[in-house]
Design a protein around this ligand. Structure first.
Ligand SMILES: [Zn+2]
Length: 268
């Protein structure tokens, strides 16, 4: 079996995780910029983080023969300090031409606050001006439905944004239809506690067969599982899905979306 891990925060993981992913068939890993678990207090802290994502982590992954890609932004949790957010946004273009940088992400909303919306719109503008792909984080639990609606409205109101170049991640049963019907790609995140379990994810996939959907583990520094995607593949096998159907979801779909970036090299 082969698969792409399209959303993993590998700077928080161990080399054992890299080895386990490669042994399970992982062909490439993509790492969106993320909240560190604590607030960074200066733009220089972000500069170091972007250097870690674009220089150091690809070298660490290469020791396990795994191509590593990244997405750049500041997280919605870090949008409340507007002055700092502005400084970080100004830094990002310096990094966009680096090899392995796929676009702007994971941007979005967390608590759907006014400042989060303002910083989200500035990220979207940055992506449009630099012709970048966009990866979207949608809020958790009770804020998800409203946040997803807000995000789609903002993107739809910008004529520069092509929905086929935007992936809206962490969809669930009550948001996936709206995302796909609006022409965006949808990501299903497999998480042990919040977000989807493998059986729920496969239920969603079965209702949207042939859709522009991928699955990811979004593994990070919290309780999460870097092997969540191959475990969901096992769930698909148990339900009788063919190897070709599984390959479509976990390999060909991510390759199709990511290949819209000139920096992504499709594994052969
Ligand atoms: Zn994430």
């Amino acid at each position: 079996m082969r698969y792409i891990e399209p959303h993993a925060h590998m700077v928080s993981r161990t080399t054992d995780d890299y080895l386990a992913m490669v042994l399970a068939g992982c062909q490439a890993v993509c790492e969106p910029a993320f909240w560190a678990g604590f607030d960074r207090h200066s733009a220089e802290g972000f500069r170091d983080y972007f250097a870690q994502l674009t220089e150091h982590e690809p070298k660490r992954a290469a020791k396990y023969l795994l191509p590593h890609y990244s997405w750049l932004c500041l997280n919605p949790k870090e949008a409340e300090d507007l002055a700092l957010a502005g400084e970080v946004l100004a830094l990002i273009p310096e990094f966009l031409d680096r090899p392995g940088v796929l676009g702007i992400g994971e941007i979005g909303l967390n608590r759907n606050s006014r400042n989060e919306v303002a910083i989200f719109e500035r990220h979207v503008d940055l992506a449009a001006r630099h012709n970048q792909l966009i990866l979207i984080h949608t809020p958790h639990l009770e804020d998800k439905h409203k946040g997803t609606r807000l995000i789609i409205d903002i993107l739809k109101n910008d004529p520069r944004i092509d929905p086929g170049r935007v992936l809206i991640d962490h969809v669930e049963e009550h948001t996936v239809d709206r995302v796909l019907e609006a022409g965006f790609w949808a990501g299903i995140t497999l998480y042990p506690e919040s977000k989807c379990t493998p059986p729920r994810a496969v239920d969603i996939l079965e209702r949207h067969a042939g859709g522009n959907v991928w699955m990811n583990s979004a593994c990070d520094w919290g309780h999460s599982d870097p092997l969540a995607v191959p475990k969901a593949c096992f769930e698909m096998r148990k339900r009788g899905h063919t190897a070709a159907e599984i390959d479509q979801i976990v390999f060909q779909n991510p390759v199709r979306f990511l290949s819209q970036s000139p920096h992504f090299v499709a594994p052969v």
